[in-house]
Write a protein that binds this ligand. Structure first.
Ligand code: ZN
Ligand code: FE
Length: 243
């Protein structure tokens, strides 16, 4: 049963912090606050407090708002145990398979290295919701900054087995540029063309292209569709050079 309220809060130039609220208990969590101010504005407008801060990985554009939000609300900070030495104000380190609660909703932690070594994702099965930071993007995947193509491939395979109606809440609004690359490598893909039409309409209307549906990504995202590590590595290298 889907219960969590989900809101994308734009931060910095193209990040999203994801606001989660369980209406039954009033518990509020923010995922990857790259800035405090836009999050504070939404909380104030809705009259909400903040109970939890969830972190997928250590990059500044995902954690720069953590200290101020924690200080203002006394929220508990949860993030990858592997990055405990480089996460601000971490209260609880998380490992693969750990469970966390946002009110009555429960997420399982999935280790998803590749973009960074310690990257984790949060999967709320009961809410058909995946918060995957910079591992999977709509029509793309994260850069291999610390990890390997092998790791990224394994991480994407962990998403590929989730139900197709899973909503994918990514860390960045990269969908349009990802889609241009995707079309360059898979120009005949009808699902990709359909998704791109939707994405162009969303961006023209100034609304987020996220969350995406995992089933759509399985059909359209070349990185999720890569049959092996070598293909994924080649795609990732080509995307790094794509203009
Ligand atoms: Zn990152
Ligand atoms: Fe990022």
């Amino acid at each position: 049963m889907q219960a969590l309220e989900l809101t994308a809060i734009p931060c910095l130039s193209d990040n999203y912090a994801w606001l989660l609220r369980d209406p039954a208990t009033g518990t509020v969590a923010i995922v990857d606050p790259g800035e405090a101010e836009p999050v504070e504005k939404v909380l104030a407008a809705r009259g909400h407090g903040l109970d939890l801060i969830l972190i997928t990985h250590h990059h500044g554009d995902h954690v720069a708002g953590v200290a101020a939000l924690k200080a203002a609300h006394g929220a508990a900070v949860l993030g990858p145990a592997a990055d405990s030495h480089r996460l601000p104000g971490l209260d609880r380190g998380l490992k693969d398979g750990d469970r966390i609660a946002v009110g009555n909703a429960t997420a399982v932690v999935i280790d998803t290295p590749g973009h960074t070594r310690g990257h984790i994702s949060f999967y709320f099965a009961g809410d058909a919701l995946l918060l995957c930071g910079d591992t999977l993007f709509s029509l793309g995947c994260g850069r291999l900054l610390e990890g390997t193509a092998e790791e990224m491939y394994a991480s994407l395979r962990r998403f590929a087995v989730l139900p197709p109606d899973t909503r994918v809440a990514c860390g960045h609004e990269y969908t349009l540029s990802n889609g241009r690359f995707a079309l360059s490598v898979d120009p005949g893909n009808a699902a990709l063309k359909a998704r791109m039409a939707e994405v162009e309409a969303d961006r023209a209307a100034g609304v987020p292209t996220l969350p995406a549906l995992l089933g759509d990504e399985m059909a359209a995202n070349p990185f999720l569709r890569a049959p092996d590590v070598a293909t994924l590595a080649k795609l990732r290298a080509a995307k790094d050079d794509f203009r």
